[in-house]
Design a protein around this ligand. Sequence first.
Ligand code: NAD
Length: 432
Amino acid sequence: MRITVIGTGYVGLVTGVSLAEIGHHVTCVDVDEAKVAMMANGISPIYEPELEQLMEKNIQSGHLSFTTELHFSSADVIYIAVGTPQLPDGTSDLQYIEQAALDIARSLTKDAIVVTKSTVPVGTNHWIKTLIEEATPKEIKITIVSNPEFLREGSAVYDTFNGDRIVIGTENNQGREILDDINASFGLPIYHTDLKSAEMIKYASNAFLATKISFINEISAICEKVGANVEDVAFGMGKDNRIGDKFLNAGIGYGGSCFPKDTNALVQIAGNNEHDFKLLKSVIKVNNSQRMKLVERAIEAVGDLSGKRISLLGLSFKPNTDDMREAASIPIAQELVNQGAHVVGFDPIAIPNARSFLPEEVQFKETIEETIRGADVALIITEWDVIKSIDLTAYTTLMTSPIVIDGRNCYSLDEVRRHPIHYISIGRPEIQ
Ligand code: NAD
């Protein structure tokens, strides 16, 4: 199958590379010339495990190519994977989707199957189809398919080949059969539905996962007050199959380019349809307040932060990615700077991106040791392996005062107790 993928971000590039890997001929199109030049040379513009090797392999085999040219007439199937960021009112910004639809319409000379990978509000696939049809000659037939993406940044390639399900929302059998063919080699369960239900599955899934996170964070707050340990509580809960043990890690909440925007968008979708989604509004509120917990704890531990040296360990929104979008480190660093602290940040991968997301006052160091040297407080923001596996004596030997405030519960309390560290984590007893 000849496939064109529009947009080569975390979703589009991984989709394009993976479809090439299972034997399709894929052209990835992006409007960002610098990005396309890099990719054409086998260099991935994003950090994603296994991605660059697969890219190189498929460029070499002739299955994968990159272009800035917006000509789609030779493709059997066109995937849309452009961004759908959040507008200030919480709704999805569909300008990139609209542009992609118009670009498709302008260059079509034959019938086309258009597949939407981007996360889009319910009803958007019908709108995309209408946009394309209005701008193409009457005899050209458009089949639209909703194929929402569930990959996780940091394990995107793995997830594409090992996901729990592929959701295919269609309006007719033709779209369904072709998408089944395209995806057959992934060997994953395929779930068919109509367009609107497929669009909703994506939002409902992210909203549910966000709810689990805010739920356990609320439980963690109660655990702190009553002297229980949220880790033990989550373990005991997770043993119940009806609950499951995933997404029950208490911490400083969710971030990234999906959960915050998708939860806000679902609140808006509900509101536009006269439904007040009170539960999801609370989930969002809990998450927003959760992020500031580390700063509050730092003030409780050392008082006025003005002039204090504070280390931020981990800057990306989660481990194994360089993505800084909606990372907890952003509001935390800003608040620390506002309070007059001297902020020093470390991340194994995300520092180049972090420079443009964090306040200019933040200094960056290449190693954990350099970051915590002379620090009054260390805040753990992202649970990278390199941070989880540090020898805890580094905190006692390098910091001015070994106060570690762990937003991701990286260390076992037994291990911490063997060191003279003042350790504050989320929903677990404080160790002085
Ligand atoms: P991204 O911002 O990383 O990438 C979008 C890309 O599209 C950019 O490279 C941009 O230059 C390109 N682009 C924009 N307009 C274009 C056009 N008209 N023609 C060609 N290229 C164009 O976005 P992303 O994180 O990959 O997300 C894409 C979509 O997938 C979003 O709707 C998102 O919600 C959804 N999604 C993302 C993830 C994730 O983990 N990132 C997971 C599931 C779903």
